[in-house]
Design a protein around this ligand. Structure first.
Ligand SMILES: Cc1ncc(C[n+]2csc(CCOP(=O)(O)OP(=O)(O)O)c2C)c(N)n1
Ligand SMILES: [Mg+2]
Length: 323
């Protein structure tokens, strides 16, 4: 924490708080029927995405998951553009045609959320190969969950990243479950990180509710990737506050487990650390939270009233036309 500037600390808190408040609002708007399709929220996992993305620039790329709102906000995507997108409105980041599970924002280096579990690792290896061949010094990050860590796509991507020595960083967010199946049952190894290390790269496990622990692990991975020594894996152990999707009644979790998850609160943890160290004041953090609350409220009001894309746009943006 001590090497971080006041600006950096405030930005980290702002992004984590944006995720917390945005997702709580998504939960409400979904219940009101304002969000079509499915919504998987990132509540509890804020420190993971924000710690990973903190030192990335717009020229570093990330590939995300079906639980992608937090990754977008951590990468600096616009709150209003995202709320419009999630509600399917024409003013959204993807003109309302992507929705919750397909948000992309190339200007921010956000290559896309991805409904295919294990979809991002191969994309990130290709993106990292581009970074290497162009000698940019930038990296590509693949986010995935504990469930995705069992996918063949992930294994193949990890192996290829090591073989090609590309600047890819695999982030496995272990929130204890793949849908409703516990990680203890579904992962046939003692440690997801050890399994990644077996491919021949550095891999470590950190507390995914601790921004500073995640940030420090990412700094080590970035040193290696930007320095040319190849890929790395970081496993962030995160609490999952809600069910797999908004509305999942979670009969498979006990009250105690849910309370324990809530007790691991990335925002409270961060607030306690920075105020005790006298780096930021409670009033600074309260002010950030209040600004975000107003911004999210305005975004929702505008998005609810905004038009859907015109029917004439049905066949546009279906195929890439940038070539
Ligand atoms: C290839 C593929 N298989 C199955 C699914 C259905 N599915 C959607 S999310 C999910 C669980 C993913 O678990 P995890 O990777 O741990 O991510 P989390 O939901 O916990 O963030 C599954 C099986 C899918 N979308 N894609
Ligand atoms: Mg999971």
């Amino acid at each position: 924490m001590h090497e971080m500037s006041e600006y950096d600390l405030k930005r980290a808190f702002r992004r984590m708080s944006a995720i917390r408040q945005f997702e709580e609002r998504v939960e409400k708007e979904f219940a009101l029927g304002n969000i079509p399709g499915f919504a998987h929220v990132y509540l509890g996992q804020e420190a993971s995405g924000v710690g990973i993305c903190h030192d990335l620039t717009n020229d570093d790329w990330i590939g995300s998951t079906h639980r992608g709102h937090g990754h977008c906000l951590a990468k600096g995507c616009d709150i209003t553009g995202m709320m419009f997108e999630i509600m399917g409105k024409a003013g959204g980041l993807c003109r309302g045609k992507g929705g919750s599970m397909h948000i992309a924002d190339f200007d921010r280096g956000m290559l896309g959320a991805n409904a295919i579990v294990g979809g991002s690792p191969p994309i990130a290896v290709g993106a990292a190969l581009t970074q290497k061949l162009r000698r940019t010094g930038h990296v590509a990050v693949a986010f995935g969950g504990d469930g995705s860590s069992n996918q063949g796509t992930t294994f193949e991507a990890m192996n290829m990243a090591v073989v090609l020595k590309v600047p890819a960083i695999f982030v496995i967010e272990d929130n204890g479950y793949g849908e409703h199946t516990g990680v203890d049952y579904a992962v046939g190894a003692e440690s997801i990180a050890d399994r990644a290390a077996a491919f021949g790269m550095p891999a470590e496990t950190v507390d995914g509710a601790d921004f500073f622990a995640v940030h420090a692990a990412m700094a080590r991975a970035l040193d290696g990737a930007r320095g040319g020594s190849g890929p790395a894996t970081i496993v962030t152990e995160c609490p999952r506050y809600l069910g797999h999707f908004v509305g999942d009644p979670q009969p498979y979790r006990t009250e105690k487990e849910l309370a324990d998850a809530r007790a691991r609160d990335a925002l409270k943890n961060f607030r306690a650390r920075v105020t005790e160290a006298q780096r930021l004041k409670d009033a600074d953090l309260d002010g950030i939270e209040a600004e975000l609350a107003a911004e999210i409220d305005q975004a929702v009001t505008a998005a609810v009233q905004a038009p859907f894309p015109d029917i004439d746009e049905l066949e546009t943006d279906v195929y890439a036309s940038a070539y």
